[in-house]
Design a protein around this ligand. Structure first.
Ligand SMILES: [Mn+2]
Length: 454
């Protein structure tokens, strides 16, 4: 009897212990605010408060992601905006931000009720209640099944008549995603005749400026991606298959703590290096190929995006080297031209293009090489590899961008892209990926060293 009770107690303790571990990611931290996916909980609260302050005429509602049931369940990943506002990584959650709710009732998080039978399969999960209140720092938690009734209470007909809106954090009726459209229908059932607003511009405004916590996670994602570039350059050579390199890249990502890829790995050799988003990765690499490796690990939700281009033989030909050097110089010219508070993404783009145009190098029908630079110079990164941001206004301090010029000449079987990630500061750009080798001499030396190690 006694033994049974003791083991029940032990099981119970183990259970609570593992529950904390599952959600907080870290077990041995000094006292401080709870961490949600490696970010301090107050950061999430600040985002909710700023969003409410920006939208005083309505309430914000959001539905989190659900697990797909296709027979085999994939790993669950929270949708970006829901994650950004809550840090919740539990499927089937909802959020209401209600500035009319008065103190203590402004943020309501809805979580699925705990189900011991389900938890035997999928593990302990936090449900509505005191633990969730403390962990997520919201004003109130309720079961997900209460979402519609609560919404009807918060947004009664009189309030709707006075102009109270419901703001969505994803595309509503016009969304290509069925779930988003269904959500609008669901809300209409609870709150007929309501006018919908779009909270995305306001969330995007917040998301494009990263907190220190977010920058640290991006740096970690970048460093992991650098490990993968290091592994891969040591084995690139004629006879290898593109997918072998992809395997090494994924191994380096997971081994270093990434939870998944931020986008499908691009490993393109020879002609494939000239195909911008090639990701079949099936070809055998030939001597003389250039190999474009465009990859990004995702760490705690944040995604890096780093491209390096390697000569398959370990040595650049004269032609490969001159094109490589031009791409590199164009990247540096764009980065150097950056003026805090003035430069837009589009300005940097023109600088890089003009730089290529001014070069004496030619290809095809005596064309300047800017003609072979086919895509935009860069983009924002964050929770998405192509993160939210404005290309036509000065880059704000705290945004993180890529600069990735490329030259692609199919008739010469040459494609070169060099992509790095930069933090915008008051003083200028800081290259967060500066430790990942990029100089042609360094690449040749490191490729040779990698071969020796085998
Ligand atoms: Mn990119």
């Amino acid at each position: 009897m006694k033994f049974k009770r003791l083991s029940a107690l032990l099981l119970c303790l183990l259970f609570v212990g593992s529950m904390v571990g599952v959600v907080a990611h870290e077990t041995s931290r000094p006292a401080g605010p709870p961490m949600l996916a490696n970010q301090p909980q107050p950061d999430f609260k600040m985002r909710r408060e700023r969003l409410m302050a920006a939208l005083p005429d309505g309430i914000v509602v959001a539905q989190g992601g659900v697990e797909e049931s296709l027979g085999v369940s994939d790993k669950f990943f929270q949708t970006e905006n829901f994650f950004y506002l809550t840090g919740v990584e539990i499927p089937g959650a909802f959020l209401i931000l209600n500035p009319f709710g008065g103190p203590g009732a402004k943020s309501i998080l809805f979580l699925p009720r705990r189900n011991p039978m389900t938890e035997r399969w999928t593990g302990p999960q936090i449900g509505p209640g005191d633990d969730a209140l403390k962990l997520f720092g919201v004003d109130k938690t309720l079961p997900s099944t209460d979402f519609q009734a609560t919404l009807a209470e918060i947004c009664p007909t009189e309030a709707v008549k006075k102009g109270r809106k419901i703001y969505l954090v994803e595309a509503g009726e016009a969304s290509p995603v069925l779930r988003d459209r269904n959500f609008v229908e669901q809300i209409r059932k609870s709150v007929p005749d309501v006018a919908f607003g779009d909270a995305r511009p306001n969330i995007n405004e917040l998301r494009r400026i990263k907190t220190d916590g977010e920058i640290a996670l991006l740096q970690k994602a970048i460093d992991i991606t650098g490990e993968a570039q290091r592994d891969v350059r040591g084995v690139i050579g004629a006879g290898r298959y593109e997918y072998e390199l992809e395997g090494l890249i994924l191994g380096a990502f997971y081994r270093n703590g990434a939870e998944r890829v931020g986008f499908p790995c691009i490993v393109g050799s020879g002609f494939n290096a000239t195909t911008l988003h090639y990701n079949k990765n099936r070809k055998r690499i030939d001597a003389g190929d250039m190999v474009v490796v465009d990859i990004g690990a995702q760490y705690s939700g944040y995604t890096a995006d780093i491209t390096r281009t390697y000569p398959a033989s370990g040595k650049f030909t004269a032609r490969q080297r001159e094109i490589y050097q031009l791409v590199l110089d164009a990247q540096e010219a764009a980065a150097k031209s950056f003026k805090p508070g003035v430069s837009k993404m589009s300005d940097l783009n023109f600088t890089a293009r003009d730089f290529m145009k001014a070069s004496p190098l030619r290809a095809g029908n005596n064309l300047t090489l800017d003609n072979f630079f086919l895509h935009g110079l860069g983009h924002f990164i964050g929770l998405n590899v192509h993160d939210v941001g404005d290309y036509g206004s000065p880059l704000p301090v705290g945004s993180v961008i890529t600069i990735e010029p490329g030259i692609y000449i199919p008739e010469e079987n040459i494609g070169v892209r060099i992509e790095d990630d930069y933090l915008v500061t008051e003083k200028g750009l800081v290259k967060l990926s500066r430790n990942i080798a990029f100089l042609p001499d360094d690449i040749e030396r490191l490729m040779a060293e990698g071969k020796k190690g085998r």
